[in-house]
Design a protein around this ligand. Sequence first.
Ligand code: ZN
Length: 330
Amino acid sequence: MKDSSLRHLKCLVISVLGLMLLAVLVAWALTMIRPSVDVDSPQVFLQNDPANTGLRATFLGTSTIVLSDGTTSIMTDGFFSRPSFLQLLTSITPDDAEIAFALRHVPRRIDAIFVAHSHHDHAMDSGRVAMQTGAVVHGSKSSLNVARGQGTPEPQLQRLHVGTPVKIGSFRVTTIETPHSPGLLFFGFITEPVKHATLSDYRMADNFSFFIEHELGNVLVVPSANFRAHAFDGMKADTVVLGIGALGKQPDGFAQAYWNEAVINTSAKLVIPVHWDDFTRSLRHPLVPMPYLLDNTAAGMARIRALGQRDGIDIRLLPPLRETHLPARR
Ligand SMILES: [Zn+2]
């Protein structure tokens, strides 16, 4: 080969490698740039006020929350493995060490897990968590197939039926069908038990919200930020646990309509935003918002804050991994 051709080839290889490196750096930067949350601010987080004598709530990232009255404890979703971006591109399975770490922060026995839908960031650990806590998993056919794939015994799997309340101790949980947040990925039913899955195996077709009634206070949990007109009619909630995932990327009128359906119609006085944190990071690290690449959490929070201020409704995050008393029923 002539010298000039060799030089040309070397230049080409260096240019291609340079471009690849640049692409990796840009991708890395896009997954790192994110808004900040002041984790020590009492203005941001609900504090353990002695005047608050309602249900105890523990936030464990995304839309996983444990509610307890001291005798009975129920959980939504139970997602703790939080696979990294890199793992999401390959294969994902429940991480028992991460699950064990999370479960150290909640009552040893969980009576029931209510799964919003069968995407990985809601359903992927529910079966494992059920086996370790004694809980029954309540979910769609697809969500139950996720749990089934983890070996959860059939008596611990219960299909959810929209509108039919489930009694768990002194809790009464009614399931409401609400749409997934806009921009849905991986649509479809899961018809077989899920084993050795990739991200796209966690398809979803049904999404649920939960109206939880208890003498210590009613809680409406809306895990995915979307609404259906009149879905919550007749439900009075003291607290609304409000999913804000992808809310910052929706048009202005969307947040207003969502707020009216979930918060104004239920006469809630406290709103707890959830699904704001980067679910590709372990719960062992402080929770941080999603990177701008995937969401604009700051814009979503700002919209909800402005609506709360306008309507005199308190907006607080729950401090992660720490049991916090909700205000008592009004
Ligand atoms: Zn989803």
